[in-house]
Design a protein around this ligand. Structure first.
Ligand code: PLP
Length: 426
C-alpha cells in the first residue's frame, strides 16, 4: 500500500510545531518515545470487550497481559485495591463513576466551571449537568481558595448523592478530610478527579485523596505523562449500598458496578494499544526518575509564579502548590482571548481561562492558565522560567506590535533548540 504522505507530512509538521514552541497548556505533556511506540501497535486490531480473564472475544490472552500489567502497576503507584484502565478519556471515567452510583435527576455537587472546575462536574452543556441535577461550590473572592464553608453549607442544604472535588484550573491542594466528613454527615459519595495533579500525588508531593474519597478518577496524559486516556481507582473495594446482586444472589461489590459502568455501561471495546501505552507510562512512574521529574515540575511552577508576581501579574490564590497557575489579567488590560492569540504569534501556547467572579464570557475571559508539566519534560529548570516569563510579558504588554511578536518568536525558537524533543525522530 502506498504511504499516505499527505497525513504523515501533516504529522511531521505537528512534531516541528511542538519542537519549536513553548508549551504551557497545563493539561498537556510530552510522553516518552516508548509510550508512543506502544500506542502504535497491532493491539489496535484486537477486540477485547470484557476484562482480563473474562472477555467476550477469543484471542485475548495476550492483550490480557498488558491490561493486567497496567492495572497492577497503577495499583502499585497509588497503593490501592482497585483500578480500571479502560476509560478512553477522563470524561468517560467520570461518566462511568456517575453511571455506577447515580440515578438520573440525582443531586451532585462540584466546583463551578467558572471557578476552575471541569465540564464533567455538572456543567449544563455536559452529560453531568443534563442527566443529574448539578449544584456548585466556589472559591473565595478575596483569597481564591476553595470555600469549604460554602461547600459544607451546600452539602447540608442539598444532601447530594455525590460530592466532586478536583479541578482543571486550581493551583492549590485539597482538604479531602473535610470533604469526606461532610459527605458522611449527609450520606454522599466523594469522587476526587485528580486529572491534573495525579503525577504529583503519585510521588507524594501533594496530599493523597485515596483514604478519604470513595472513587478517584484521572486522565493519564497530563502530569502522569502517559497516552491520552482515563482511569478509575478505589483505595478499598466495598459492598455496594444499592443491594444489587449477581446471578448467584451474591451482593455485587462496588468494583463490579464500576467495571460494569465502564463496559458495557459507557464503552464497547477497550483500546488495548492505548492500554499497552498506559502500562508503559505507569512503569515509568514507578521509577525514581519520575520523582525527580515531579519535583522539578513543582520547582518550575513556583519559580514561574514568582517571576510573574515580580512583574505585577496577579495569580489567583497568590501562588501554586502544583504544576499550574491561573493569572487574572484584568490589571494588565488584556483579555484571556487576546493573550492566547498573541502568545501564539510567538510560538507560546497557553489557554484563555475564566477567573473566579469573571465579568467576561467563557469565549473572552479575563484570565490565562499556564502549566509547566510539558516544559519540564523538555528539560527546563527554574533558571529557565525567567526567559519564559519575560517572553510572555513582552508579548502581552505589546499586544498589537506584531513585529515585536515575530522577534520574540525567533528568540523562543532559538531558546527551544536547547531542549531537544524526540531526537530519535530525526
Ligand atoms: N477532569 C479534569 C479535572 C480535567 O481537567 C479534564 C481535562 O482537561 C478531564 C476530566 C477530561 O479529560 P478528557 O479530556 O480526557 O476527557
Amino acid at each position: 500500500m502506498q504511504k499516505d504522505t499527505v497525513v504523515f507530512d501533516i504529522i511531521r509538521k505537528e512534531l516541528e510545531r511542538q519542537r519549536r514552541g513553548i508549551e504551557l497548556i497545563a493539561s498537556e505533556n510530552f510522553t516518552s518515545l516508548q509510550v508512543m511506540q506502544a500506542m502504535g501497535n497491532v493491539m489496535t486490531n484486537k477486540y477485547a470487550e470484557g476484562y482480563p480473564g473474562r472477555r467476550y472475544y477469543g484471542g485475548c490472552e495476550i492483550v490480557d497481559q498488558t491490561e493486567q500489567l497496567a492495572i497492577d502497576r497503577l495499583k502499585a503507584i497509588f497503593g490501592i485495591e482497585y483500578a480500571n484502565v479502560q476509560p478512553h478519556s477522563g470524561a468517560q471515567a467520570n461518566a462511568a463513576v456517575m453511571l455506577a452510583i447515580l440515578q438520573p435527576g440525582d443531586d451532585i455537587l462540584g466546583l463551578d466551571l467558572s471557578m476552575g472546575g471541569h465540564l464533567t462536574h455538572g456543567s449544563a452543556v455536559n452529560f453531568s449537568g443534563k442527566l443529574y441535577k448539578p449544584h456548585f461550590y466556589g472559591v473565595g473572592k478575596e483569597d481564591g481558595l476553595v470555600d469549604y464553608d460554602m461547600l459544607e453549607a451546600k452539602a447540608r442544604e442539598i444532601k447530594p448523592k455525590l460530592i466532586i472535588c478536583g479541578a482543571s484550573a486550581y493551583s492549590r491542594d485539597w482538604d479531602y478530610v473535610r470533604i469526606r466528613k461532610v459527605a458522611d454527615e449527609v450520606g454522599a459519595f466523594v469522587m476526587a478527579d485528580i486529572a491534573h495533579p495525579a503525577g504529583l500525588i503519585a510521588k507524594g508531593l501533594l496530599k493523597s485523596p485515596f483514604d478519604h474519597c470513595h472513587f478517584v478518577t484521572s486522565t493519564t496524559h497530563k502530569t502522569l505523562r502517559g497516552p491520552r486516556g482515563g482511569v478509575i481507582m478505589m483505595k478499598k473495594d466495598f459492598e455496594n449500598p444499592f443491594g444489587l446482586k449477581d446471578v448467584k444472589g451474591n451482593l455485587r461489590l462496588m468494583s463490579n458496578l464500576m467495571d460494569m459502568a465502564v463496559f458495557p455501561g459507557t464503552q464497547g471495546g477497550p483500546l488495548e494499544h492505548v492500554i499497552a501505552a498506559k502500562a508503559v507510562a505507569f512503569g515509568e512512574i514507578l521509577t525514581p526518575e519520575f520523582l525527580t521529574y515531579q519535583q522539578q515540575v513543582q520547582k518550575n511552577a513556583q519559580a514561574m509564579a514568582k517571576a510573574f508576581t515580580d512583574k505585577g501579574y496577579q495569580i489567583i490564590s497568590g501562588g501554586t502548590d502544583n504544576h499550574l497557575m491561573l493569572i487574572d489579567l484584568r490589571n494588565k488590560n488584556i483579555s484571556g482571548k487576546k493573550a492566547e492569540q498573541v502568545l501564539e504569534h510567538a510560538d507560546i501556547t497557553a489557554n484563555k481561562n475564566m477567573v473566579p467572579y469573571d465579568d467576561k464570557s467563557a469565549f473572552v475571559t479575563s484570565g490565562v492558565r499556564f502549566g509547566v508539566a510539558a516544559i519540564t519534560s523538555r528539560g527546563m529548570k527554574e533558571s529557565d522560567m525567567q526567559f519564559v516569563v519575560n517572553a510572555i510579558d513582552t508579548v502581552l504588554m505589546n499586544a498589537d506590535d506584531e513585529a515585536l511578536h515575530r522577534k520574540v518568536k525567533q528568540e523562543v525558537n532559538e531558546f527551544m533548540t536547547q531542549f531537544v524533543l524526540y531526537p530519535e525522530m530525526g
